[in-house]
Design a protein around this ligand. Sequence first.
Ligand code: HEM
Ligand code: HEM
Length: 225
Amino acid sequence: MQSTARTRVWDIPTRLFHWLLVLLLIVLFVTGKLGGNWLEWHRRAGFSVLGLIAFRMVWGFAGSYHARFTNFVRRPGLVREYAKGVMRGDSARYVGHNPLGAISVVAMLGVLFIQALLGLFSNDDLMLEGPYARLVSKAVSDQLTTLHKWNADLILILVGIHLAAIAFAYFYRKENLVIAMFTGEKMLPESESNSDAEKESERPAWLAWVIGACVATATYLLLNK
Ligand code: HEM
Ligand code: HEM
C-alpha cells in the first residue's frame, strides 16, 4: 500500500481569512435584511469584508505557495481538461485549489469586492448611507443600492455552488476538503504531497501581520468619513 504524508496546504492567514469571511457574511445578510438600527453593524461588517478581501488580494501575491494566485489560477485549456476528467470520473488531484475551484474562488472574491464597493454608495433612505453616497446624486445612489441588492443574490448563488462542489468532492471523490480548511493539512499519498520548494514557501506570521495592519489602516482612513 502507498504510504501517506501530512501535507501543508492552507497557511493560517488563508484559513483565518476564510472563516472570518464566512462569519461576516452571515452578519451582513442578517443585518442587511433586518435593516433599521442593524445597519450600523452592517456598515462595520461591510468595511471589515472590504479590508479582508484587500488583504487576500495582497496575500494572493505575497502568501505561501497554495495561497498564491499564480499557483492555482490555470490556463483555460487545463480547466477544460480537468472538467472533462471530472465528467469521466478520473480527474487529476490537486494539493491546493483545483482548476475549477480556482474559478469559483476568483469569482467569489470579485463579486464580494464589488458588493462592498456598491455598499459604499448605497443608502436605505433612513438609517444608513455609505461613506461615498454623497459623491453621487440620490438617483444614482438609489440605482447602486438596487445593484447592491441584486449582487447579494449573486453571492448566494456562488456560495451555493461552492458548497455543492465541496459536497461533490466529499460524496463522489471521498475527499474531505473542509478539515483542511480548519487544520491547514491534508493526508496525501507521498507521490502527491508538496515538493521541497512548496514546503519552503511557508511565509512567516509577521508578514501577514504587517500586511494586515497596513490594509486595516488604509481601510479605516479611506472609509471613516
Ligand atoms: C459565506 C460563505 C462562504 C464564502 C463566501 C466562501 C468563500 C471561499 C473562498 C473565497 C475560498 C478560497 C480560499 C482562499 O484561497 O483564500 C474558499 C475555500 C474553501 N471553502 Fe469556503 N466559503 C464560504 C463558506 C464555506 C463553508 C460553509 C465551508 C464548509 C462547509 C467552506 C469550505 C471551504 C473549503 C473546504 C475551501 C477550500 C476548497 C479547496 O480545497 O479548494 N466554505 N471559500
Ligand atoms: C460584501 C459586503 C456586503 C454584503 C454581502 C452586503 C449585503 C447586503 C444585503 C444582503 C442587503 C439586503 C438586501 C435586500 O434587502 O434585499 C444589504 C443592504 C444594504 N447594504 Fe449591504 N452588504 C455589504 C456591504 C455594505 C457596505 C460596505 C455598506 C455601506 C456602508 C452597505 C450598505 C447597505 C445599505 C444602505 C443597505 C440597505 C438597503 C435598503 O434596505 O434599502 N452594504 N446589503
